[in-house]
Ligand binder design. Structure first.
Ligand SMILES: Cc1cc2nc3c(=O)[nH]c(=O)nc-3n(C[C@H](O)[C@H](O)[C@H](O)COP(=O)(O)OP(=O)(O)OC[C@H]3O[C@@H](n4cnc5c(N)ncnc54)[C@H](O)[C@@H]3O)c2cc1C
Length: 388
C-alpha cells in the first residue's frame, strides 16, 4: 500500500491536490522567489483558494478539518515544493488548535471563520532575545488594569510577523508567580499602537517568509484577549500546541528530505561517469539506498505520532521523536544529495543547495533537538519505559 493509502479517499484528495499545486505552480517559480527573497503573495492566495488554511479549523467555524496523518502528509507535499510555504501555515494551524481546545466560544467565533479562509493568518510569539529554549524565563509582561492588559517586552524570530492578523503571545501576567509557569498566559494580540515590527532578521534559508523582532511598548490588549479567559494556563496551553507544531516541523523535514532524494535520484540516473550512470557506482547507490531507508523510517515515525494524536493521546514524546529524527534525517539527505550532484550541488542554478540551507531550521525550530531529547528522556522515565 502506498503511504497515501492509509488515508480515506477524501483526505487522499487533499494530499493529491496539494501535490498537483506544488508540481504545477510552486516548482516552476520557487527558485526565482527564493533567490530574490520574495514573499510568495500569489502562492499564498492560491493556498487560500485551495482551503489549506482551513484544514485545522472545525467545520462549525467554516473549516474542513483533516486527521493528523493527513495534516502531516499534505505538509510534506507543500514543503517538498518550498519549505517556506509550509512555514507560512505552520504557526497558523497551531494557533487554530489552541483556539479550538482552549479558546472561549467568543474567541472561536471571532477568529476561526476568518482563519479558515486565510483572511486572517496567525503566528505564535514565544521566543525572546534572551532565549527560546527556557520559556519559563520569558520577560514579556502583560499587566492588567481596569481596561485590559498593557504589554511590554520583545519577541524575536517571529514568523509572518507583519502578515499575521493574530499573534498568540506567550507572556507573564503574574511576574511574581512561583513556580514561574503559573504566571504565564497566552494573549491573542493584534497589530496596533505600541506594537512595532522592529527588525527583519537576515537568515541562511527559509527565504520569502519574514522572520522578525516584535517590540511591545505599552501595547494595549482588551481583557477578553486572554486565551480561555483564565490567567496562568498559557504555559500548559503552549506545550500542548507545540505537540502539533513539532509534528508540523517533522513533516516539513520529510518534505525537504523527499525533494532532495527525488532530485538526487533523477540526477544519478542521468549523469554518467566512467561510462555508466553514477547510481551504478556503489558509493552513490549506497547513498541513495540509505537516503530512501532513513526517509521511510522518518515518515513512519511521524505517522505513528500522528495516529497517536488522533487517538486522543498526549504525544509530546512521540512528536519529539518524530521532529528529532526527521530533521536530522533531512539534514543528512540534503548533504548526500549535494554530494551526488557533485559541483552542481554547490550551484544556485539547482535546488539542492536550497534544501541544504533549509534543513537546519527544522533542527532548531519549534524547540531545538537538544530540547527534544530532554523531553523524550523525561517522558521515558515518567512512563517507566517505551512500551508501558
Ligand atoms: C527561521 C526561524 C523561525 C522561527 N520562528 C519562530 C516563531 O514563529 N515563533 C517563535 O516563538 N520562535 C520562532 N523561532 C525561534 C526558535 O524556536 C528558537 O530559536 C529555538 O527555540 C531556540 O531558542 P534560542 O535560539 O534562543 O536558543 P537557546 O535557547 O539560547 O539555545 C542555545 C543552544 O543551547 C541549547 N540548550 C539550551 N537549553 C538547553 C538544555 N536545557 N539542554 C540542552 N541544550 C540546551 C540549545 O539546544 C541550543 O543548542 C524561529 C527561529 C528561526 C531560526
Amino acid at each position: 500500500m502506498s503511504t497515501l493509502g492509509i488515508l480515506p479517499p477524501d483526505e487522499q484528495l487533499v494530499v493529491t491536490t496539494v501535490r498537483d499545486f506544488v508540481d504545477k505552480e510552486v516548482k516552476p517559480v520557487v527558485r526565482e522567489l527564493e533567490h530574490t527573497d520574495t514573499y510568495p503573495e500569489a502562492l499564498i492566495e492560491r493556498m487560500k483558494q485551495l482551503g489549506v488554511f482551513g484544514l485545522a479549523v472545525p467545520e462549525a467555524y467554516g473549516g474542513t478539518p483533516v486527521s493528523t496523518s493527513c495534516y502531516v502528509l499534505f505538509t510534506e507535499e507543500l514543503s517538498r515544493g518550498w519549505m517556506s510555504l509550509a512555514g507560512a501555515m505552520g504557526g497558523h494551524t497551531v494557533v487554530a488548535k489552541l483556539l479550538r481546545h482552549y479558546g472561549t466560544e467568543d474567541q472561536r467565533r471571532h477568529y476561526l471563520p476568518r482563519m479558515a479562509t486565510g483572511e486572517i493568518r496567525a503566528t505564535m510569539a514565544l521566543t525572546e532575545p534572551g532565549g527560546g529554549s527556557d520559556l519559563q524565563a520569558l520577560r514579556t509582561v502583560a499587566r492588567r488594569d481596569a481596561d485590559g492588559y498593557v504589554v511590554n517586552g520583545t519577541k524575536t524570530w517571529i514568523t509572518n510577523s507583519r502578515r499575521s492578523g493574530l499573534i498568540a503571545l506567550l507572556c507573564r501576567t503574574d511576574p511574581d508567580a512561583t513556580p514561574a509557569h503559573r504566571g504565564i498566559s497566552v494573549l491573542l494580540v493584534e497589530h496596533g499602537p505600541g506594537l512595532t515590527v522592529s527588525r527583519d532578521l537576515p537568515k541562511l534559508g527559509y527565504k520569502g517568509v519574514e522572520s522578525c523582532e516584535l517590540a511591545f511598548e505599552d501595547h494595549r490588549a482588551p481583557a477578553d484577549a486572554l486565551l480561555g479567559g483564565v490567567e496562568g494556563r498559557g504555559f500548559a496551553q503552549i506545550m500542548r500546541g507545540l505537540e502539533t507544531g513539532r509534528l508540523q516541523v517533522a513533516a516539513r523535514a520529510l518534505g525537504v528530505g523527499r525533494a532532495a532524494l527525488e532530485d538526487a535520484l533523477a540526477y544519478a540516473r542521468e549523469r554518467e561517469s566512467f561510462g555508466k550512470p553514477i547510481w551504478q557506482h556503489q558509493s552513490i547507490g549506497n547513498y541513495l539506498a540509505d537516503m530512501a531507508t532513513s526517509l521511510t523510517a522518518a515518515r513512519q515515525l511521524t505517522l505513528h505520532a500522528a495516529r497517536e494524536a488522533d487517538a486522543g493521546h498526549r504525544v509530546d514524546m512521540e512528536a519529539g521523536m518524530a521532529k528529532l529524527f526527521a530533521s536530522e534525517t533531512a539534514m543528512q539527505i540534503a548533504l548526500n544529495a549535494l554530494r551526488i550532484h557533485g559541483g552542481h550541488g554547490y550551484s544556485t542554478e539547482f535546488d539542492v543547495e536550497r534544501y541544504f540551507r533549509d534543513a537546519p531550521l527544522m533542527i532548531v525550530g519549534e524547540g531545538t533537538n537538544e530540547i527534544q531529547r530532554n523531553v523524550i528522556v523525561s517522558r521515558l522515565v515518567e512512563r517507566g519505559g517505551l512500551d508501558v
